[in-house]
Each structure stands twice: as C-alpha cells, then as structure tokens.
Design a binder for this molecule. Structure first.
Ligand SMILES: Nc1ncnc2c1ncn2[C@@H]1O[C@H](COP(=O)(O)OP(=O)(O)O)[C@@H](O)[C@H]1O
Ligand SMILES: [Mg+2]
Length: 290
C-alpha cells in the first residue's frame, strides 16, 4: 500500500458560503409509493426480499424504506443490489451497482435509531428548526443532513465519499474500496507513516471547521484508506459551528484523533490539535498591508 496520503486540492472558487439550506421532511415520493402498493412495487418488494445477499436485512425493512429503494432504482441510481458491508447501530451499508459502477447504499433503520441521541445533535442546528418529535421525520432529516454534510465537506476540499442521491432514509454515495473488499478503516491497517496521516487528518478537520462543520464522531473508525488517500466517513451527526454543543463535540474529536496518533508513537496533544483546527483563517487582505 502506498502511504503518501496526498491532500486533496481545494476548488478555490467553490468554497461554500454561510447559507444553510433548509431541510424538507415532508412526505416523500417513497412514502407515496409504499402507500399505493401498485403491482410494480409489489413485484419489486418480492424480488428484493428474495435477493440472496440482501435477504436477512431486507426482510426487516418497512414498506416505505423499500419504496425509497424502488424510487432509487426507478430514477436510475441503482441497477442491482450487492451484499452488506456493515451493520451498524443505526444504519446498514450495502454495495450496489449504479450506472457508473459500484456505489455504497446506507439505509437508516427508522425503528432501530437511537432517537434521543439523534435529537441531541439536531437540536440547535439551524437547518432543523421546528422539525418536531416525529421519529420518522428525524431520521429522514438525519439522512438528508448526511447528504448535505458530505456535499459541503467535499466542496471544502475534504476527501469524503461523494454523495450521489438521497431518498427518505436511504443515502447513495461513492463506494470506497476495491473489487474484492471495502476500504479498510484506520483502526484496521498498519499506519506506516503516522506523521503524514496525522497532517492530513488535522488539515481535513481544519477545512471542515472553516466550512462551518464539526464531525462529531471522528476517530480511527470513521477514516478509511482508499487508493492511498485518507477519506472521512459518517457525517450524519456532523453539526454546524452554531450548535450549542459544537465545542464539546470538537474537543472530543480532537481527543479521539490525538489519542489514536499517540498510540502510533507520536507526541500530539489534544490542545495543540484543537488550536490548529480552530486557528482563524489568514485574512487575504493582509497581503496588501505594509
Ligand atoms: N462509501 C463507502 N464506501 C465503502 N465503505 C463504506 C462507505 N460508507 C460506509 N462504509 C463502511 O461501512 C461502515 C459503517 O458506515 P458508517 O457511515 O460509518 O456508519 P455507522 O453510523 O454505522 O458507523 C464504515 O466503517 C465503512 O467500513
Ligand atoms: Mg461509522
């Protein structure tokens, strides 16, 4: 494995501003599809429940989740489903075949979601004001938020899976990995060059912060190595810097990241990392002075 960990270039004139798009959680097309239960949908539902690799988990999906998958197939984002990559606490991740190759499909399970913990991240985020307490709406908002966060991070020059589509509680994104297996997480690989890896991760943390976002669950479990690059995953819980607990989340991210690199034999302190990440951006007009 090459361990160069090159930094992604920032698209200079594509840096996001501070406008927050509002997130719409009205009934989705997927809900309507599930409600209508027309013949094509019922056939799809039967087919997907019979798919060998998909079977076990697919049988626990509710009709509206199957409606979302159906819609993504109809819209041409998914041609065929592959097997599961991960079964997490709140979401399952699968591979699938899209029109341009393999994609990753993350399905949030409405019933399994830790609703109270999710609220902690959503309350105080200006994009979610007035969303109420409906569990389905919270999960749908969460999924859309992950899509928006990935897009924002990508534009700010952070290597993340490129988001492709979002429908209700299902997110389609770029698949990271090879033909045989998904990309390994930092906790699963031998990091040959921890100094460079640390420099890249802290630069990504700083870029994310400057784009107004804090990851909120950053650790060696949410960073993968893909084609010699480090990629940040799992931005569902990322909050804006306006969030009342954003500082606490950032401090925890710094602690997790610094601890990991300390275990790789480096001398890094949580405070130095925090200072690096939050250092104010140099004022471009400063060049003109003197
Ligand atoms: N786009 C992707 N490409 C390849 N593997 C992925 C992708 N997204 C997630 N994974 C795999 O699935 C696991 C769980 O995904 P993640 O987004 O971290 O969800 P969770 O909330 O369950 O931790 C990751 O650790 C990674 O191994
Ligand atoms: Mg994760």
């Amino acid at each position: 494995m090459t361990e160069e960990y090159g930094l992604l270039e920032v698209e200079e004139d594509d840096v996001p501003g501070d406008q927050w798009e509002e997130i719409d959680v009205a009934d989705t097309e997927a809900d309507r599809i599930a409600r209508k239960q027309d013949r094509e949908f019922l056939e799809f539902r039967k087919r997907i429940k019979d798919t060998e690799q998909f079977k076990v988990e697919a049988s626990v999906f509710d009709d509206a989740t199957l409606g979302a998958l159906y819609k993504l197939v109809q819209d041409g984002y998914i041609d065929a489903f592959g097997g599961p990559i991960s079964t997490g606490k709140e979401a399952n991740v699968y591979t699938a075949l899209g029109p341009d190759g393999e994609v990753a499909v993350k399905v949030y399970r409405i019933s399994a979601s830790d609703f109270r913990q999710m609220r902690e991240y959503l309350d105080g985020d200006p994009r979610f004001e007035g969303i109420g307490a409906d569990k389905k709406k919270v999960v749908v908002a969460w999924t859309k938020k992950e899509y928006a966060n990935l897009e924002r991070a990508r534009k700010a020059g952070i290597r993340v899976p490129t988001p492709i589509a979002v429908e209700r509680n299902v997110l389609v994104m770029e698949y990271l990995g090879g033909e045989d297996d998904r990309a390994r997480r930092l906790n699963e690989v031998h990091v040959e060059n921890p100094e460079t890896a640390f420099e890249v991760v802290r630069e990504y943390m700083r870029r994310l912060y400057r784009a107004g976002l804090i990851h909120g669950d950053l650790s060696e479990y949410n960073v993968v190595v893909h084609e010699g690059e480090l990629c940040i995953l799992d931005l569902g819980q990322a909050v804006t810097v306006h969030h009342p607990n954003s500082r606490e989340f950032l401090e925890r991210d710094c602690y997790n990241v610094a601890s990991f690199f300390r275990r790789q034999g480096m001398e890094v302190s949580d405070d130095d990392l925090l200072e690096f990440v939050t250092e104010p951006e140099p004022d471009p007009s400063a060049d003109l002075e003197e």
